[in-house]
Write a protein of this length. Structure first.
Length: 121
């Protein structure tokens, strides 16, 4: 299970980094934020997925990770919403990047919801 978790995390993070790299064509509409987050996720996603596979990650920390991932998405969309040129140049790629980012957050969200279903004493 740990190998599958590592493989899927590396695959998703590599896709995020590649899509982010494609958003840097040069010129006034280049956008490096998604590539930087994709490169950071090459380290963070495998580590997080490994903690989930090892059952070390608690629901509280998983909720913090999901919240941080949501804030990251919101922060990365702000430059696109401010500039029509940026939205036209990168809107489609950023929508796909956002979908992959949301898919990458699902294992952390599962840890949170699994804890919510436990009966409280």
């Amino acid at each position: 299970m740990k190998i599958l978790a590592l493989g899927s995390a590396i695959f998703l993070a590599a896709l995020l980094a590649i899509i982010g790299f494609a958003m840097i064509p040069g010129g006034p509409e280049d956008y490096v934020g998604p590539m930087r987050m994709g490169l950071a996720s090459l380290v963070m996603l495998p580590a997080g997925y490994w903690l989930i596979a090892d059952k070390i990650l608690s629901a509280k920390y998983a909720a913090m990770i999901v919240l941080a991932m949501g804030i990251t998405i919101a922060a990365l969309w702000i430059p696109l919403l401010r500039s029509r040129l940026m939205m036209l140049a990168h809107g489609g790629a950023m929508a796909f990047w956002t979908a992959l980012w949301a898919i990458a957050s699902l294992p952390f969200l599962r840890v949170v919801t699994k804890d919510l279903r436990k009966p409280r004493k």
